[in-house]
Design a protein around this ligand. Sequence first.
Ligand code: DHB
Length: 391
Amino acid sequence: MRRRTFMGAAGAAAVTLALSGAALAQEAVKIGLILPMTGPFASTGRQIEAAAKLYMQQHGDTVAGKKIQLILKDDTGVADVTKRLAQELIVNDKIAVMAGFGLTPLALAPAPLATQAKVPQVVMAAATATITEASPYIVRTSFTLPQATVPMAEWAAKNDIKKVVTLVSDYGPGIDAEKAFTSAFTAKGGQVENLRVPLANPDFSPFLQKVADAKPDALFVFVPSGIGAQFMKQFVERGLDKSGIKLIGPGDVTDDDILNGMGDVALGAITTHHYSAAHDSPENKSFVEAFKKANNGMRPNFMAVGGYDGMHLIYEGLKKTNGQGGQALIDAMKGMSWTSPRGPVSIDPQTRDIVQNIYVRKVERKDGELYNVEFATIPNVKDPVKAAKSN
Ligand code: DHB
């Protein structure tokens, strides 16, 4: 008899526990974070994961009374894997929002699922202009290549650069950069020759030989984040550092994650981009300090700031919708504005792209380390491809 009573009490406790567990699980808002954590683009995954975790550490894991659960998945940089993981997260985990997406093909693959399931997709890295057109549920906190590149063409034209060779990775963002640079620079009377290098395992040397032969005033380069170090090594091996050809481009090639390891060859490179770890603002100083402290001194790059701001957009969106995902969440995100470590930003309600300052920077040595030091600002730049379409 006593034994049965005891069992009964234990059973009741177990039922209560199971119920509150179920209630909690129902209440939790799940964010699926899909990133390349292994493979050639793992630095992008590492930077964004660190930034998302820092954001949660600083802002807590409860929003609108609901627990936030971050589910990290490694797509290994393969688009079919990104799509399968997105499907599993939507169907099995019932995520409210998916985020991450380290390269253009990885952002495009799950877009039809975002549309079908009405799950907002926050693109924190990939930067081909057309990505946001692949689904009305896509919103972006990174940048677009044309947005970062047109100011480079304008700076070059104003600074006595007449002849340029462009060298870009042969896929979406590289082609965007090539086209945006070529049309803006030739419109100002400049002369351009275009070269494209394969994305996978690039060997730059045959292309660099062509550049040496063409003797342009500047070499315009786009390679995705993390690849700049390989490029720079071959640039030196070909003797181009001593050729007098100026190195210019969007800031991906002088990525903060690897810049300091490039050595003096990077000094003087002029790039245009939305983020530098050296950006002079109180918000950025505290971001860089906290990021380094939480990650063994690793310097945040532009991918990290895309991840950090993506989490901000999700948190603030969920506050507005009281924790609801779906259509309500994507609508809440449109038009949102805030002060990012990169400067003032907003989400364009028409295109769901980020509107932001683009800075002109020069690689300099500062306190013994190499940085992209900003020296001019073009404020509130929209993606020019979509801005031209809407005119
Ligand atoms: C993309 C990837 C990058 O690493 C980068 O720096 C810019 C664009 C992309 O695939 O969209």
